[in-house]
Design a protein around this ligand. Structure first.
Ligand code: ASP
Ligand code: MG
Length: 592
């Protein structure tokens, strides 16, 4: 019999009427012939209230006791939900995380799921009961109650759907689905009918907070189709599956993180181990870094810039000070008046001209781009905060995101042809913890060359011009990074196929002259190493592990970019094969 998991968030069970309404949805699904597992969050703001309560007693509640306390919120909801279903004449049983057998590690307040047993749930389902599972909680090896981190009921729901090999996982919430951008910022945002796991992962980490990120990682890893929809209406919602809404569209959504800060380390030694030194110190303070741009060194020195969220700036500056001291050279500067605007789409991996379209639109809107990083399915730019919303709207318009895609998209959902089968994955991962880091590919591409325009004036239009001309010459650009160090100058680097280096240099030199830049440098042969998988950002150590493996092999890093699903590093071409070998060794334990 088919199984459906239905998850109701806090706002969807905030009062008795809403609990009864949710109960009716579950009963309806059961009457339609499914076995139904409900996952519920704590009612309304219950979790916040419990946190408040603890704070009135102590500033430093023991983490174990915090989880004991927070787990009660969901326990209230499951009991009330079971009562509601009984009241409506159907059979239901409520179960806590421990009763189900959701085993986690012992990291209180952000525990990761290791395994889930299905026996108990199946026994009740087979007897015609609706199973009501408490979201957000589990139990560690020593029978301590743990919680999965704020918003973690989504993760419970998708994980249960995975182990039960459910047909679908429906997430009921207080919005109609996933939008092309936050509709509170741009009212013209459009609800999408379908989005891919990878796109959703990128958007979520870029500030589009519809769902708990780890739940999407589960969805991707186990091939669980997720449907996000409004609990208060019958609007169709958004399917999150392997494929994007329309294969022809380069971009599916745009996102804005308003409160960002740029940090630049200037004149650090351009030798193996520098990135490791800097970023491992930052990671040790639990800060996650984005938009890492390493400038190609001159005279044995390099500049490294990156962004963090503004509220993590202080911790980051402490870490960079320590790093500079142990590196024995360099200075740091920062700017906390910046915002990050990004576009995401699986389609851009198959199309050219996407970056150029974004840069042109921004140039025409007189928006200065301070930094750029691109990965296969994402382009991010850093702009001054005062123009951030204007920049987001410009980009949203440039890709016509407010319009529905031309061909009506088929919400394939359940039937996605080559999609992963949860049962197979569960089988294959026997003995592996469910939420462990999962690397599925390490690759090397040594067919490219690098071009860098140095000392570009910090004003709109240069990136647009370069990539328009490069595209006009029919050259395929892969990675693009632009850095800005706060001294009125930027440097723009990109990679191209080796056999198009000469043409690319011609274009770069022309544009550099036209804009009075300092000059153009290049490397005729570079190797790009990519590590891809699931959970690359929530498991913060991936980039660090790469830096470490390369530093130990004495290999210098030229360029870096990171995304949710992939970390790319560019090194000198001659070092490529060795780097590839070292990375394979470094990740051997998590390759699947
Ligand atoms: N009740 C928990 C929270 O508010 C878990 C959840 O809602 O998903 O974070
Ligand atoms: Mg909640």
């Amino acid at each position: 019999m088919s199984i459906i998991v239905q998850k109701f968030g806090g706002s969807s069970v905030a009062n008795p009427q809403k609990i009864l309404a949710a109960a009716r949805k579950a009963i309806r699904a059961q009457k339609e012939g499914h076995q139904v597992v409900m996952v519920v969050s704590a009612m309304g703001d219950a979790t916040d209230d419990l946190i408040d309560l603890a704070q009135q007693i102590t500033d430093r509640p023991p983490a174990r006791e915090m989880d004991m306390l927070l787990s009660t919120g969901e326990q209230v909801s499951v009991a009330c939900m079971a009562m509601a279903i009984h009241e409506l004449g159907s059979k239901a049983v409520s179960l806590t995380g421990a009763q189900i057998g959701i085993k986690t590690d012992a990291t209180f307040r952000k525990a990761r799921i290791k395994s889930i047993s299905t026996d108990r749930m199946r026994k009740w389902l087979d007897q015609g009961y609706i199973v009501i599972a408490a979201g957000f909680q589990g139990i560690d090896e020593d029978f301590n109650i743990t919680t999965l981190g704020r918003g973690g009921s989504d993760t419970t729901a998708v994980a249960l759907a995975a182990v039960l090999n459910a047909d679908a996982c429906e997430i009921y919430t207080d919005v109609d689905g996933v939008y092309t951008t936050d509709p509170r910022i741009l009212p013209e945002a459009r609800k999408v009918s379908q989005i891919s796991y990878d796109e959703m992962l990128e958007l979520a980490s870029l500030g589009a907070g519809v769902m708990h990120n780890r739940s999407i990682e589960f969805g991707k890893k186990f091939g669980v189709p997720i449907l996000v929809r409004n609990s208060q209406s019958d609007a169709p919602g958004t399917m999150i599956v392997a494929e994007s809404e329309s294969p022809d569209l380069p971009v599916c959504g745009a996102a804005l993180i308003k409160d960002e800060a740029r940090v630049s380390l200037l004149g650090v030694p351009d030798v193996p181990g520098t990135s490791l030194e800097i970023f491992s110190r930052i990671a040790a303070r639990n800060v996650s870094v984005d938009m890492i741009v390493q400038n190609v060194g001159a005279a044995g020195k390099a500049d490294i810039s990156f962004t963090v969220t503004k509220n993590e700036l202080r911790a980051t500056l402490e870490a960079t000070q320590d790093a500079l001291q142990s590196l024995g050279a360099g200075a740091v500067n920062h700017d906390d008046n910046v915002s990050k605007v990004s576009v995401v789409g699986l389609g851009m991996a198959r199309q050219t001209g996407v970056a150029q379209r974004m840069f042109r639109a921004l140039a025409d809107a007189a928006v200065n781009i301070q930094m750029i990083t691109t990965s296969e399915i994402k382009i991010s730019v850093l702009v001054e905060r005062a123009v951030a919303t204007h920049a987001l709207r410009t980009v949203h318009e440039a890709f016509r995101l407010e319009q529905s895609p031309p061909a009506p998209s088929v919400a394939t959902g359940h039937a996605a042809g080559d999609s992963v089968n949860a049962a197979d994955v569960v089988e294959r991962l026997q003995g592996v913890d469910m939420e462990d880091l999962f690397i599925d590919d390490i690759s090397m591409d040594d067919s490219q060359a690098r071009v860098t325009i140095q000392g570009a004036p910090d004003k709109p239009g240069i990136a647009a011009k370069v990539f328009e001309e490069v595209a006009a010459a029919g050259i395929f650009v892969d990675m693009i990074v632009q850095s800005h160090t706060g001294q009125g100058q930027a440097s723009l680097t990109f990679t191209v196929p080796r056999d198009r280096l000469a043409d690319s240099l011609g274009v770069a030199e022309r544009v550099a002259e036209g804009f009075a830049c300092q000059g153009v440098t290049h490397a005729p042969h570079v190797a790009k190493l990519a590590v891809s998988g699931v959970g690359l950002r929530s498991h913060t150590g991936v980039a660090i592990r790469m830096f470490k493996a390369l530093a130990e092999a004495g290999i210098n890093i030229d360029l870096i970019n990171t995304s949710e699903v992939r970390v790319n590093i560019v090194v000198d071409g001659a070092a490529g094969p060795k780097a590839f070998e070292r990375l394979n060794a470094a990740f051997a334990d998590v390759m699947h």
